[in-house]
Design a protein around this ligand. Structure first.
Ligand SMILES: CC[C@@H](C(=O)O)C(=O)SCCNC(=O)CCNC(=O)[C@H](O)C(C)(C)COP(=O)(O)OP(=O)(O)OC[C@H]1O[C@@H](n2cnc3c(N)ncnc32)[C@H](O)[C@@H]1OP(=O)(O)O
Ligand SMILES: [Co+2]
Length: 135
């Protein structure tokens, strides 16, 4: 069911510093910051030849990554995003298998304008999973 790795997301305490580090120290192609108030994060995407890195910092008072950064103030890998061809079919299959789909279970529009869903990390070996239907 899952396909390509779309991105690996890293929660960071200082988005500007993290973006500069990827650009200058690691020599990566780094985009500009985008505020996503609906998701409570500001993101910067790093383009790699085979995938993307999503650098994220909290936005607003109710960010879903605030508690994560409280526990890991230096930052850390927050989630991985797999592509699926049909996000509703994927969701229904996962629910039938007993996995917890976060939020109200309805796909939301993600950073690339495509539908996304999140799966509880406790159901997937301690790893928060995002699913994205890329087209
Ligand atoms: C930019 C848009 C989009 C994109 O297109 O790419 C994004 O990526 S948005 C990214 C941010 N959005 C989300 O993360 C939405 C989904 N997340 C959630 O619903 C919540 O963050 C959560 C995963 C349910 C956690 O909620 P929280 O209130 O923080 O709960 P706890 O702190 O009590 O955590 C419970 C339990 O889970 C562990 N945990 C929390 N986050 C993670 C994580 N990222 N990876 C692994 N484990 C995680 C946490 O440590 C707790 O464990 P215990 O302490 O053992 O109970
Ligand atoms: Co993401």
């Amino acid at each position: 069911m899952i396909g390509r790795l779309n991105h690996v997301a890293i929660a960071v305490p200082d988005l500007g510093a993290a973006a500069a580090q990827y650009r200058q120290m690691l020599g990566a192609e780094v985009g500009g910051p985008h505020d996503l108030p609906d998701h409570g994060v500001t993101v910067v995407f790093v383009d790699l030849p085979n995938t993307r890195i999503e650098l994220m910092s909290p936005l607003g008072t109710d960010s879903p990554i605030a508690a994560f950064l409280d526990k890991s103030p230096a930052g850390g890998i927050h989630h991985i995003c797999y592509e699926v061809d049909d996000i509703l079919a994927a969701r229904n299959r996962l629910l039938a298998e007993g996995a917890r789909v976060l939020g109200d279970g309805q796909p939301r529009t993600g950073a690339h304008g495509h539908p996304v869903l999140f799966l509880h990390p406790k159901d997937f070996n301690g790893c928060l999973i995002e699913l994205e239907q890329p087209k």
